[in-house]
Design a protein around this ligand. Structure first.
Ligand SMILES: [Zn+2]
Length: 90
């Protein structure tokens, strides 16, 4: 019966090692869930900046009127401000 006692002792020694490794895996799993948050492809800040740039191109620096179209870069202002005489004629 002496050999049977030896086997039982070796089996007990291996048990606590297994439990410690399982706890480490659980901690790693918790971190995974925390970092698995969905990431938006385009942040709202970038969209706001783009909208502001488009708005600046449609806003006349002289009369501060926001038009529905992009102001001609050659004029640098709205057509009405560039040639007010043409507006009267029309
Ligand atoms: Zn203008």
């Amino acid at each position: 019966m002496g050999a049977g006692d030896g086997r039982a002792t070796s089996g007990r020694a291996g048990h606590p090692r297994r439990s410690s490794s399982t706890s480490a895996v659980q901690v790693a799993h918790l971190y995974r869930v925390d970092w698995a948050k969905p990431v938006r492809p385009m942040p709202s800040r970038k969209r706001g900046a783009l909208a502001l740039a488009m708005l600046a191109r449609r806003t006349c620096p002289k009369c501060h009127v926001i038009y529905g179209y992009r102001l001609p870069a050659s004029l640098g202002m709205s057509i009405l401000c560039a040639c007010p005489d043409g507006q009267r004629a029309a």
